[in-house]
Design a protein around this ligand. Structure first.
Ligand SMILES: Cc1cc2nc3c(=O)[nH]c(=O)nc-3n(C[C@H](O)[C@H](O)[C@H](O)COP(=O)(O)O)c2cc1C
Length: 179
């Protein structure tokens, strides 16, 4: 698929086809695409907890998502929990924040990777939904995510059972100033 087409056709998918499966290899392709993103001093602090067995997908969905996101991710074949190592991206070797953004840089780097991931999924015909409304403490407990990492999103991955229209976007003139 043309790059422009991938950019335009990717949508947040809130309805997935039942009875499908996604292989570990397919999820690995998504992670490989994610890893190609740039990061602060190439620090690569993004981390992924990938849930692919049906029992675990169900457990995470029910115990770590609010009801509306449980419904949005029903029949998704995989849930990818994203996190980043704190106090590294945007920090000096001796642990000082380089500037006022602090751990915002770790989140920035993770977001860059996650966009690669969802675009790669779109190219492969997979739908995704990034969910920021989730229970991070339950995710941390169930998946043994260490305190050194910030838990950020849960990304549902599956075969789309819907073709949503693109939600309205701002125009460049709404968001940019030229000097
Ligand atoms: C950081 C982030 C958090 C989001 N959290 C949720 C969420 O919890 N539940 C949900 O249904 N959609 C969530 N979304 C999806 C957005 O609503 C969606 O990206 C936006 O409406 C634009 O639609 P599009 O992705 O189809 O272009 C989230 C998206 C992002 C980037």
């Amino acid at each position: 698929m043309e790059f422009e087409q991938v950019l335009k056709s990717r949508r947040s998918i809130r309805k997935y086809k039942p009875g499908q499966s996604i292989s570990k290899e397919m999820v690995e392709h998504l992670i490989e695409a994610a890893i190609l993103a740039p990061s602060w001093k190439n620090s690569q602090t993004a981390r992924y907890y990938t849930v692919i067995t049906p029992e675990m997908v169900e457990k995470i969905r029910i115990q770590c998502l609010p009801e509306f996101n449980q419904n949005n991710s029903k029949n998704a074949q995989a849930l990818i929990v994203t996190a980043f190592e704190k106090n590294r991206s945007g920090f000096t070797r001796d642990g000082q924040a380089e500037n006022e953004v602090g751990n915002g840089w770790g989140c920035y780097d993770l977001g860059l990777q996650n966009e690669n991931l969802v675009l790669k999924a779109a190219e492969l015909g997979l739908g995704t939904l990034i969910m920021g409304i989730r229970d991070s403490e339950n995710l941390r407990k169930i998946l043994s995510i260490p305190d050194s990492q910030e838990v950020v999103s849960v990304i549902a991955v599956g075969y789309p059972d819907i073709e949503p229209d693109m939600p309205k976007r701002k125009m460049p003139e709404d968001i940019v100033k030229f000097y």
